[in-house]
Write a protein that binds this ligand. Structure first.
Ligand code: GLU
Length: 307
């Protein structure tokens, strides 16, 4: 890579403010930060609060305080999706002007009986594609869906390898604006990654299945596609992803042991830092994506589960 290409690498960590950071989020933050720094690039923090009803008051402050205490330093101002609604609306208008989106009045319950793809996802059956059927016409709530015709998306994840999804068959027309008027995650993330010129997306493997939708949206909107690296997600003894729902404990006050545990979880070269500052200088220099375990999930270490 040339010096100029190196200088333009941009990575990001994009937590949703639905609760405090836990070990699983730390893994994504650490991997994205080390990966951007190793590429000689910038690393950004974005608060993914597009789903405003799910945002927990105080969670953003707590997340930012924890990241600061753990020694994460963003190379730019924190961006909040809740402040970027106008950008999402503009992208929707552009799609609408090209006839690529349509309103959908299907209820959640109706969608629950839609057929399942081989990956276990509901495939939108296209009910409202050619106009809202008469029996649904009086419903006030409408989501907006993107028309997906021929769209076989192929990409190579830097860790999980070649991926392929036939969007029309495996997902169908998907929601870009929710019935409550908020931009859907898929649209917001694409608009924001493009606006922030993100080149290296590093995040948990639970989002691998969303990536073809995002790449398709990038193509339709005419914006660049970043490279993708999906790291294993940390699961508890029951095999469940660490999350607020599975009562994953918040990160402890003392950062160093947990950072080292996250580093080991990612199977990175052995380091023995005595201080937080030393951790960051050793980790940034030793980051080795080739050593990352190519699994979708891995058991979390004990330190991540202790209450
Ligand atoms: N906000 C998403 C989450 O917390 C991550 C979005 C992304 O990395 O694309 O799961």
């Amino acid at each position: 890579m040339s010096a100029t290409a190196r200088a333009t690498a941009v990575g990001r960590f994009a937590p949703s403010p639905t609760g405090p950071l836990h070990f699983g989020s730390l893994v994504a933050a650490l991997a994205s930060c080390c990966d951007a720094r190793a590429a000689g690039g910038r690393w950004l923090i974005r608060i993914d609060d597009v789903d405003e009803p799910r945002a927990v008051p105080g969670a953003e402050r707590e997340i930012l305080a924890t990241l600061g205490r753990y020694g994460f330093a963003a190379d730019g101002p924190v961006v909040r999706q809740s402040e970027r609604r106008a950008h999402y609306a503009r992208a929707l208008d552009a799609l609408d002007a090209r006839g690529l989106v349509y309103p959908c009045a299907c209820s959640r319950r109706e969608l629950e009986s839609a057929p399942l793809s081989s990956a276990g996802e509901r495939v939108y059956p296209g009910t409202c594609r050619n106009g809202i059927p008469a029996d649904r016409a009086s419903r006030p709530q409408r989501s907006i869906r993107l028309r997906v015709d021929e769209a076989v998306v192929e990409f190579v994840d830097r860790l999980q390898g070649p991926q392929r999804q036939d969007l029309a068959r495996e997902v169908g027309d998907f929601v870009v604006r929710r019935a409550d008027g908020l931009a859907a995650y898929q649209l917001a993330v694409v608009v924001d990654d493009a606006a922030q010129r993100v080149t290296h997306v590093v995040r948990g493997a639970d989002l691998l299945a969303s990536t073809p939708r995002q790449i398709h949206l990038q193509r339709v909107l005419g914006v660049a596609t970043p490279s993708y690296l999906h790291v294993p997600i940390a699961v508890d003894a029951a095999g469940e992803k660490l999350s607020k729902q599975t009562r994953a404990p918040a990160l402890p006050d003392d950062p160093l042991p947990v950072l080292v545990a996250a580093w080991r979880f990612l199977e990175q070269p052995a380091i023995a830092p005595a201080t937080l500052a030393e951790f960051w200088s050793l980790a940034s220099a030793a980051w080795s994506p080739a050593r990352l375990p190519p699994a979708a999930m891995l058991p979390a270490p004990r330190i991540a589960l202790a209450v």
